[in-house]
Ligand binder design. Structure first.
Ligand code: GUN
Length: 308
């Protein structure tokens, strides 16, 4: 049996970041505009801390300004809303990201909907979700599904007539992923915890996206031979010896012998998510000044050669 192509998310992300860095330099030179990204972190969740540090570092590496706001876990919701209002009005800030999850005493919906839709680089505001659902120009597209689509198109540039199955129905990944694949002419199904016979549903899929947060839920025998498998899961598990490991939602060692192409965990979807966040920040900065937005969707040729 031939082994699947292992998709190098780090390489694709590096290519996209390079393109963003080039555009940021051009904006700075010709428009005297430096895009800025504000990240808000509440509490001291170790995983969120690592993600936020990495986002800030990559923001600066592409030449953008990074503003990180750390608030204590017991912050009052009102205080958080006041901070976001200030960022909405700050002309140095073009993108705002509130790191999730928020503590349970804070209403996440209220907080996310308080972000100015034009600065909503996560694409979680109802205005952006609505634009995406209705196919109206100007939607900020959530970063993880946006990165997944680029990954899929690096293998299959034309997706018409493909059967796509998304396992997971979250607002962050599953729902927007379905809309993006529908726009690419896939026939899309969303499966979830109540789906009957999930293995059979998976076996129909030419494109399989796993975004459920259950380590190794999807087994090798569930995969259609030759399918493109994208694993969004990042599950921290502690093994018998007390070591922590990151596992995807797909049993990689089994799936790699059946799939046509597959993303690893880590090193697959994660790096592309952050690169898409930087792209969204650049887009938001351009829109704020009505500057034409550069086309930063990687072409198939660019992705194959990994140069822009
Ligand atoms: N936490 C896990 N994934 C995400 C994401 O895509 N955006 C934000 N803001 N927080 C997250």
């Amino acid at each position: 049996m031939t082994a699947a192509t292992i998709i190098d998310g780090k390489l694709l992300a590096g290519t996209l970041r390079k393109a963003v860095r080039g555009e940021v330099a051009r904006l700075s030179r010709t428009e005297r505009l430096t895009p800025g990204l504000a990240v808000v972190l509440v509490g001291d969740d170790p995983a969120s801390n690592i993600y936020v540090r990495s986002k800030a570092q990559q923001t600066e590496e592409v030449g953008m300004k990074s503003f990180v706001h750390r608030l204590p876990a017991d912050v009052r919701e009102g205080e958080l809303l006041t901070l976001i209002q200030g960022l909405n009005n700050d002309h140095r800030v073009h993108g705002i990201l509130v790191q999730l999850p928020l503590p349970s005493h804070v209403r996440s919906d209220v907080v996310l909907q308080s972000v100015d839709p034009e600065k909503d680089v996560d694409g979680f505001h109802v205005v952006n979700a609505g634009r995406l659902a209705a196919g109206i120009d100007g939607a900020m597209v959530p970063c993880t599904p946006s990165g997944c689509l680029q990954i899929i198109k690096s293998i299959r540039p034309h997706l018409g007539a493909q059967q796509a199955l998304i396992v997971g129905r979250s607002n962050i990944v599953g729902k927007p992923m379905a809309l993006l694949l529908l726009a690419e002419d896939c026939t899309v199904t969303i499966a979830h915890s109540r789906t009957a016979d999930l293995p059979s549903a998976c076996r129909q899929a030419d494109i399989l996206i796993a975004a459920v947060g259950k380590p190794h839920l999807i087994r090798g025998t569930w995969i259609k031979p030759g399918a493109v498998v994208v694993d969004v899961g990042i599950n921290r598990v502690t093994d018998a010896s007390g070591k922590t490991r990151l596992l995807g939602d797909v049993a990689f060692a089994e799936a790699v012998g059946v799939a046509g192409a597959i993303t690893p965990v880590p090193g697959g979807v994660g790096p592309m998510t952050v690169a898409c966040l930087l792209r969204n920040t650049l887009i938001a900065a351009c829109r704020s000044r009505r500057i034409d937005i550069p086309d930063l969707y990687l072409t198939h040729a660019a992705m194959r050669n990994c140069e822009f």
